[in-house]
Design a protein around this ligand. Structure first.
Ligand code: HEM
Length: 391
């Protein structure tokens, strides 16, 4: 959808800083609602959001929402079975918890290197630029076989594409996103061609080998798959670390609990994902009329399950607005649910755990350097522009 709403409109600024009062209102008064602004139905309650993510009548194909969408091929994220099953199976093995465990030492050394650099430089720093962003970017680039030193090149493309996931996209951004998508595709096609000539032990080479066997993966699908993985690795884990550290810094008693009991890092990261997760909402399109809470959503209209609202639903979580890093009853849906459950979840978890654990232990005096850090404009991906801190 194309819309021109000024980003500095006070209501939007307020919503970006704290969307949770609105979600509380939706839980209570309008769990299923048509929104003229979003041109879509919104779902706010946990059970309804989970239903939309698991009921096969809700298609993940949202090319109607993003009419600048991929015309040559669709990624798994926006495909339904059987295409979804085929595409996901090709990369599933590279992202299992067992595979990701093998990356743990490398992730640890990237984190140490980044934090050493901050410590040597001294003075205040920005958690986003200095740690949260470079960590997942280097990890996914190494996994795919994209030279990490090219990251300045694909950084802006990735940001434009992520921003274009928003329900409210200006005409200017929509156009830039198309250019960025083309730029990224051309760049990745170059890497794909290199790996075709000289395969290495990276994921792109493995996918090229599958594509060359024919029928299972087409060449456009290969480029789209690499784009999805690269962007997913750029735009999400950064916000787990950023939103997570902000939440801890705003709850000093939870931060010191984690410092005293580092073994809590597992439940802590799950709680940070639930409390202020990186993906606020997704989208589905019913392939037939579907009735939820006596409201019939007509076939073909866009439905936005609000993950961030569901994860604060009082009928699912006790005291949902309280940050409690020891919470164990926590079936949050920050990574989605059902067949599209985040492929990168095991990787994101390990990256988030190592980054947050190391930061908390190495910097006992870590403190916010601004009272109100600025949020990025997206309504889909929730994250900070910068998180300035002192230590
Ligand atoms: C904390 C970080 C992350 C969060 C919160 C997150 C969140 C999500 C969510 C909510 C979905 C489901 C979307 C839907 O159902 O419409 C998803 C899907 C996906 N994510 Fe992540 N993600 C994260 C990190 C990553 C990483 C690091 C990768 C890189 C490999 C990744 C790759 C994917 C892929 C490929 C899908 C599509 C899966 C499918 O359609 O079957 N994600 N993610």
């Amino acid at each position: 959808m194309i819309a021109d709403i000024p980003h500095d409109h006070p209501l939007l600024v307020q919503f970006r800083e704290d969307p949770y009062p609105l979600y509380r209102y939706l839980h209570a008064a309008a769990p299923v609602q048509w929104s003229d602004v979003l041109d879509a139905w919104t779902l706010a309650r946990y059970t309804d959001v989970v239903e939309a993510l698991t009921d096969p009548r809700f298609s993940a194909d949202r090319t109607a929402e993003q009419d600048q969408g991929f015309t040559v091929a669709k990624s798994m994220l926006v495909s339904d079975p059987p295409d979804h099953t085929r595409l996901r199976a090709l990369v599933q093995k590279a992202f299992t918890p067992r595979m990701v465990e093998q990356l743990r030492p490398r992730i640890g050394s990237i984190v140490r290197e980044l934090i050493d650099r901050i410590a040597t430089r001294g003075g205040p720093f920005d958690i986003i630029t200095d740690l949260a962003y470079p960590l997942p970017v280097v990890v996914i680039a190494e996994l795919l076989g994209v030279p990490p030193e090219d990251r300045e090149t694909f950084r802006d493309w990735s940001a434009d594409l992520a921003a274009s996931l928003d329900p409210l996209v200006s005409a200017e951004l929509a156009q830039r996103a198309t250019q960025s998508r083309d730029g990224l595709h051309t760049y990745l096609r170059g890497i794909i061609a290199e790996r075709r000539r000289a395969p290495r032990s990276d994921l792109i080479s493995a996918l090229v080998a599958v594509e060359e066997r024919g029928e299972i993966l087409s060449e456009p699908e290969l480029a789209v798959m690499c784009t999805l993985l690269l962007i997913a690795g750029h735009e999400t884990t950064v916000n787990l670390i950023g939103n997570g550290m902000l939440a801890l810094l705003r709850h000093p008693e939870q931060l010191s609990l984690l410092r005293d009991r580092p073994e809590l890092i597992g439940t802590a990261v799950e709680e940070l994902l639930r409390y202020d997760g990186p993906v606020a909402r997704t989208a589905r399109t019913p392939s037939e009329d579907v009735t939820i809470r006596d409201i019939t959503i007509p076939k073909g209209e866009i439905v936005m399950p609000f993950i961030a609202a569901a994860d604060r639903d009082p009928s699912q979580f006790s005291d949902p607005d309280r940050l409690d890093i020891t919470r164990t009853e926590n079936r949050h849906i920050a990574f989605g649910w059902g067949i599209h459950f985040c492929l990168g979840a095991p990787l994101a978890r390990v990256e988030g755990q190592i980054a947050i654990d190391t930061l908390v232990r190495r910097m006992p005096k870590l403190a916010l350097a601004v009272a109100r850090p600025e949020y990025r404009l997206s309504l889909t991906l929730r994250g900070l522009v910068a998180l300035p801190v002192s230590f």
